[in-house]
Design a protein around this ligand. Structure first.
Ligand code: R5P
Length: 284
């Protein structure tokens, strides 16, 4: 049975369709003091696949509650699917006194499950922080699906070297085009992004910017500005996890992007393409 967190219901439904597993009915409630409560309404569950993108602190708590609720209902075998793992980017202590937040949440999540599957975490090494077997699933190839078929001399570009594998995966799935990457510097005190362009030729080309996450949209909008200066034709931005915090959509639209494409690991208006079929293949 697929048991979903409140923020991941469409993904869970897609996973249920892809696997043929029944989709559990869950009530999401809140006590007057603000504390959360979930209730899994199905009995006789053999095995549970708990699905939750941990996009907020509430989503983290809800996930722990769902894991506990299915154990309480007598389920022996629990798989946890994190389509998007929150706090994954905080995978080391960047400055003295900071926690390794992804390790802290991984340990908590491990207590209620037999295994974890997560989709394109910022770095695969985050899987080592779980106390149960954890697998990273690369689903970036689906990002080729919504791209127009008529891209002109396409360049698949990542805003930093760390995301070049994603750009290559999308290019391979699209079937033609070149790949390259910019160099990104982030000021951790101000949060400001600086993009160091390389010598990629962009004039008249269609460019597909690809990254794992769009959060504030600063990385992508700074990259789009460089591409505009270089005479790129159409610019598409594409990411696995469309977090799109605050004014990211207007920031990107104002920068002149042709379209924003994301997957359903986070449910947003741009979540055009589902990674549920890819996850379904990896479920035990
Ligand atoms: C970090 O290196 C990630 O790959 C993304 O580039 C980053 O999280 C995007 O953040 P933002 O949209 O806030 O610039």
């Amino acid at each position: 049975m697929i048991v979903s967190g409140s923020a991941t219901q469409a993904f869970a439904a897609a996973l249920a369709r892809a696997t043929g597993e029944p989709l559990g009915r869950v009530q999401y409630e809140r006590f007057p003091d603000g504390e959360l409560q979930v209730r899994v309404e199905d009995a006789d569950i053999d095995r549970a696949v708990v699905v939750a993108s941990t996009v907020s602190s509430d989503a983290h708590i809800e996930l722990l509650q769902l894991q506990d609720a299915v154990r309480e209902a007598g389920v022996d075998d629990v798989t946890t699917v994190l389509p998007y793992m929150g706090y994954a980017r905080q995978d080391r202590a960047f400055r003295p006194g900071e926690p390794v937040s992804s390790r802290a949440v991984a340990r908590a999540i491990s207590t209620g499950t037999d295994r974890v599957l997560t989709v394109n975490p910022h770095e695969d090494r985050v899987c080592d922080y779980f106390d149960v077997p954890a697998t990273s699933i690369d689903a970036a190839s689906v990002l080729a699906d919504p791209l127009p078929a008529d891209l002109e001399d396409p360049l698949f570009l990542s805003p930093d070297e760390g995301a070049i594998d994603l750009a290559e995966t999308v290019r391979d799935a699209y079937g033609r085009g070149a790949t390259d990457y910019f160099v990104k510097e982030r000021d951790y005190d101000t949060g400001e992004i600086e993009i160091e362009p390389n010598d990629a030729t962009c004039d008249g080309r269609d460019v597909v910017l690809t990254d794992d996450i769009i959060a504030t949209g600063s990385t992508m909008s700074e990259s789009v500005a460089v591409l505009n200066d270089r005479g790129a034709a159409r610019v598409y931005v594409s990411c696995v996890h469309p977090l799109l915090a605050s004014n990211a959509v207007t920031k990107l639209s104002a920068a002149g992007v042709e379209a924003i494409y994301g997957t359903d690991t986070i449910e947003r208006s741009v979540s055009d393409v589902s990674v549920a079929p890819v996850v379904a293949e990896k479920l035990p």
